[in-house]
Design a protein around this ligand. Structure first.
Ligand code: BGC
Length: 361
């Protein structure tokens, strides 16, 4: 703990202040010997941003804190606020502070790979958390099976369209996020094999930026003369952007839209009928998986992995823990509540109370 405070004062004072100014918080804690992690050294985690999805600060951070505390591992969690330079600066500071394991959610593969290379040269083990760094050198990749995420989204869209002939637009996630490629690929494998569906537009949204998504979707909608019957949106934030344009055109609720992350807003849109499905990925499961792998690496043990993930850029198969995502519609929204993924009280607040009772909750 002493070392941490010294570090914050001397080494990363710039970053720390910058992050405070942006409203982000860093979070550092020592928790000795309370579980299997005793003596495991310190784990650093760098989250990507606060805007591409609310999940990182509202779900991943608390789940990670809980996982490390339960394991009795010293940790520090910071957020790069969407800047690869900031992520690099934070990583340098964490390495200087003596982390033995560094986990990152990269903002793009190139910056992620440089961070990992530097870490490895200092004897620090690295983990790709949620996003695979192409051409990187992470010892392990911890995530969900992201191709399955995409397949669930594609199947969800097909089911919501109910077999009627349909023009569909694809709004993909950030081109720099390997997950976005996997999500889109998984969704295409289902949608492209459905003869009643015609794809009439497709674009990726830089940095998963919800504001740009509004403009991009409006252009795609206009280019298709408004003849859009369904939308693949890669996460709940992008779904919200799509729904705003559908509302403007008085089509919200008639055009099924997909999503991902089971956010409060996404679940509320599902209750309201403006979004057709989302994908639930338990933050607790992912955080616990990260903690297990981090502890093993810190102790010089072989982490337990369940799969490998192909990195064509680096021409290697990365040992991975890939968890199983769940498709959520109005019919099984309770799955998210029962698992503690969101609090029912929060989702079913205000105007949504009635919709929750109508949906049998
Ligand atoms: C994550 C999604 C998230 C998106 C935007 C992806 O890499 O897997 O859960 O919605 O990034 O942050």
């Amino acid at each position: 703990m002493k070392r941490t405070s010294t570090l914050l004062v001397t080494t990363v004072v710039g970053v720390s202040m910058a992050l405070t100014a942006c409203g982000s918080n860093s979070d550092s804690q020592s928790a000795d010997g309370a579980g299997g992690g005793g003596g495991a050294g310190k784990v650093g985690v760098i989250l990507p941003d606060t805007k591409s999805s609310v999940r990182w600060e509202t779900k991943d951070r608390p789940a990670l804190e809980e996982a490390f505390k339960n394991a009795g591992v010293e940790y520090t969690i910071q957020n790069a606020e969407g800047s690869a330079d900031t992520m690099t600066t934070i990583a340098d500071a964490m390495i200087a502070d003596g982390v033995t394991v560094l986990a990152i959610v990269n903002l793009d593969s190139d910056s992620g790979a440089s961070i990992q290379q530097k870490a490895a040269s200092q004897g620090v083990k690295t983990i790709d958390y949620d996003r695979l760094t192409l051409g990187g050198s992470a010892d392990v990749y911890v995530s969900f099976d992201n191709t399955i995420v995409g397949e669930l989204q594609g199947q969800g869209l097909v089911d919501c369209l109910g077999g009627r002939p349909a023009n569909v637009v694809f709004l993909n996630g950030s081109p720099t996020d390997n997950n976005a490629t996997l999500f889109s690929g998984g969704a295409h494998s289902v949608v492209d094999a459905t003869p009643s569906i015609t794809i009439v537009g497709e674009q990726a949204v830089p940095d998963w930026d919800n504001d740009q998504a509004v403009t991009i979707f409006e252009q795609l909608y206009t280019a298709a003369d408004g003849r859009v019957d369904g939308v693949y949106a890669a996460n709940d934030g992008l779904a919200g952007s799509v729904i705003s344009i559908l509302e403007k055109n008085r089509r919200a609720g008639q055009v099924p839209v997909t999503g991902q992350d089971a956010t409060v807003e996404g679940l509320q849109n599902i209750l309201a009928g403006t979004q057709c499905m989302t994908v639930y990925k338990s933050a607790t499961e992912e955080a616990n998986a990260l903690a297990d792998v981090a502890i093993a690496l810190a102790n010089g043990e072989e982490p337990t992995t369940t799969a490998t993930s192909r990195d064509d850029t680096g021409n290697r198969d990365v040992p991975s823990v890939l968890l199983t995502p769940k498709s959520i519609t109005k019919d099984n929204i309770n799955v998210v509540f029962d698992d503690g993924g969101q609090a029912k009280d929060e989702v079913c607040a205000g105007q949504f109370a009635q919709m929750c009772s109508a949906a049998g909750m």
